[in-house]
Design a protein around this ligand. Structure first.
Ligand code: ATP
Ligand code: MG
Length: 251
């Protein structure tokens, strides 16, 4: 894996609060993301991960001054959200609608589709794609605008295990090639440990836990001692008791 150049911070969040009615969801989030950094965000369901991601994406209905992003962002969600009445290439090009002329849009969309291995699907309709292929198109659409910050909200969680592994490889390839900072929201601890430079856990409205993963990605195996240790700690932070911990408790 090519090393990624770390540049200045692309995102800065300071003491960010967000409530829906009387429900306080984010209660003082602090976060910096460096250029080219790959950050994984975990947290229990309803902890506010998507809320934070939407704030960073500029998709929150009430934007907050505590959230600053320098540069372009793009988002890819759990559902690929492709427009069924537009062909695949056009769906990818939509991300460039306001910035590029039609010929350039088509050219760049075709290149992006090639990068996700779907050159031959450009003239197809989205409904003819498999789940994994649709998710690749969604990634191509997110990357075609060359974002500085790529926001991924559980993009692989609906895919089968093999397709998910392929997607992990693809995301790392694309990350190395385009060098965006990435914020990946996931429920999969192992996914976070295989992909990220840094793992965060959102709990009670704050980023309560953080781990840095210095192990090179090619050396990240399930039995790696440091990663095994971090896995236990992340699971504990998520309130999940592992078999070993249960056994120790019962002894
Ligand atoms: P999951 O892992 O299930 O995707 P999450 O961590 O992404 O969960 P959010 O979607 O950010 O959680 O939601 C956090 C809380 O805010 C939840 O209690 C949710 O019900 C509430 N919430 C989110 N969006 C809205 C909204 N538009 N209106 C009202 N409440 C909302
Ligand atoms: Mg969510």
């Amino acid at each position: 894996m090519a090393s990624v150049t770390r540049t200045a911070r692309v995102a800065q969040v300071r003491d960010h609060h967000r409530s829906y009615g009387d429900t306080a969801v984010l209660q003082g989030v602090d976060l910096d993301i460096a250029g080219g950094e790959f950050v994984a965000l975990l947290g229990r369901s309803g902890s506010g991960k998507s809320t934070l991601l939407r704030s960073l994406a500029g998709l929150d209905a009430s934007p907050a001054s505590e959230v600053q992003v320098d540069g372009r962002t793009s988002v890819s969600f759990q559902e690929p959200r492709l427009l069924p009445w537009r062909r695949v290439t056009e769906n990818v090009g939509l991300a460039l609608l306001s910035t590029a002329r039609p010929e350039e849009r088509a050219r760049r969309a075709a290149t992006a589709l090639g990068e996700v291995g779907l050159t031959e699907k450009g003239e197809e309709w989205p409904l003819s794609l498999s789940g994994g292929q649709a998710q690749r198109v969604s990634l191509a659409r997110a990357l075609v605008s060359e974002p500085d910050l790529l926001l991924l909200d559980e993009p692989f969680s609906a895919l089968d295990a093999l397709t998910r592994i392929e997607m992990h490889r693809l995301v790392l390839q694309l990350w190395a090639r385009h060098e965006p900072a990435v914020l990946l929201v996931t429920h999969d601890v192992d996914e976070a440990l295989m992909l990220a430079d840094r793992v965060l856990v959102l709990d009670e409205g704050r980023l309560a836990h953080e781990w840095t993963l210095p192990t090179p990605r090619h050396a990240r195996t399930p039995t790696h001692p440091h990663l095994s240790e971090v896995r236990e700690q992340v699971l504990a932070a998520l309130g999940v008791q592992t078999v070993d911990q249960k056994a120790a408790g019962a002894a």
